[in-house]
Design a protein around this ligand. Structure first.
Ligand SMILES: Nc1ncnc2c1ncn2[C@@H]1O[C@H](COP(=O)(O)OP(=O)(O)O)[C@@H](O)[C@H]1O
Ligand SMILES: [Mg+2]
Length: 326
């Protein structure tokens, strides 16, 4: 899989790499929080890539906005690659997990008949934790959960349970969620990495790569409108070109929105100023953006209840070393 371009997130990536490198000394969980397009998934991919390079197993799952709300669909996606390790779980947990995930259990006469009772969420969460720690005993694990806010609720609850309890095991959980969707990952006291807009230099760099042919003046307008939001830096030039058309209409101060931006900020673009005479049913490309106020410029760390003290122990297989922070 190609590694996505990641500019201006050195501090954030360094922090995630540190927990990956120190996984042998104990795991932990970080929630990457931010608005649409701010770069959460891109940072998570970079962390997953680092983990692979370090020799960790990487398990992934992701919520999908229009996706299945079936209970445990997200958990199933995450756990399928390690379900083989479920044989080591206590029978009740193994059955609970397999029943929740819709995976038939292997009949084992020595365990007696299955009661057929629907397993409770606690048993399933506990079985998930034990399965992951069992799998991590062979090889440390990164659990990468993207777009938590769109996972089914049962998976969110089970994974938040896991995230709160991996400190003693070689399991690192990194999850992403939108700041405006409260859920168990944001109320569990997990360490939060709050992403703001890219710094000016990185934003310019992203824009240069995506819109190098635009004039300096056009790029400056897009820079101002984007306020460092990478999705805006990628998409606004496309909308800008489409808006100008082949005749090269001179640009106005306002910056057009395109469909991807509209979708990313659905529910919020209603607050954006519109070109006069534009109705809400107008094509997306006619919408004009003043960025949402929360396109903030600075990333921030939020205090964690469970921040571990720095450790000098590192996971050694693969490339990781204590000085590798680039
Ligand atoms: N740090 C970055 N450097 C360069 N491009 C980035 C960066 N972060 C995100 N992008 C680009 O911005 C777009 C949106 O990023 P994404 O990670 O999908 O945002 P989010 O997951 O927060 O909605 C993608 O096209 C991605 O490639
Ligand atoms: Mg994303």
């Amino acid at each position: 899989m190609p590694v996505p371009l990641l500019l201006g997130r050195e501090a954030e990536l360094r922090l995630l790499r540190t927990s990956i490198q120190e996984v042998a000394a104990g795991g932990g969980a970080t929630v990457i929080v931010g608005e649409a397009g701010i770069g959460k998934s891109t940072l998570l991919s970079a962390a997953a890539e680092s983990a692979r390079e370090c020799g960790l197993q990487v398990l992934t799952t992701a919520g999908v906005e229009s996706g299945s709300r079936l209970p445990f669909a997200g958990l199933r996606q995450l756990l399928l690659p390690v379900l083989g390790s479920a044989q080591g779980l206590p029978a009740a947990q193994r059955r609970a997990l397999r029943s929740a995930l819709g995976v038939p259990d292997r009949p084992d006469a020595s365990e007696g008949p299955d009661s057929g009772a629907v397993p409770g969420p606690f048993l399933i969460a506990l079985a998930t934790l034990n399965l992951l720690t069992e799998a991590a005993a062979d090889c440390p694990l990164l659990v990468a959960v993207d777009d938590v806010q769109w996972l089914d609720q049962a998976s969110q609850d089970a994974l938040a349970f896991v995230a709160r309890r991996v400190q003693g095991d070689p399991v690192v959980v990194v999850a992403t969620t939108r700041s405006d969707h409260p859920g168990p990952f944001l109320t569990s006291g997990l360490r939060e990495l709050v992403l703001g807009g890219l710094d000016a230099g990185s934003a310019r760099d992203v824009l240069r790569r995506h819109a190098g042919e635009l004039s300096v003046g056009d790029r400056e307008r897009i820079l101002r409108a984007s306020q460092g939001n990478p999705l805006a830096l990628v998409e606004l030039p496309l909308a800008w070109r489409a808006d100008r058309g082949p005749a090269g209409r001179p640009p106005s101060e306002a910056v057009p929105l395109n469909q991807r931006l509209e979708a990313a900020f659905a529910g919020r673009t209603a607050d954006l100023p519109r070109r006069s005479g534009t109705s809400s049913s107008s094509p997306p490309s006619t919408r004009r953006a003043t960025p949402p106020r929360s396109w903030s410029r600075r990333p921030a760390w939020r205090a964690s209840h469970s921040e571990s003290t720095p450790s000098t122990r590192h996971w050694t297989p693969g490339c990781c070393s204590s000085t590798d922070d680039g």
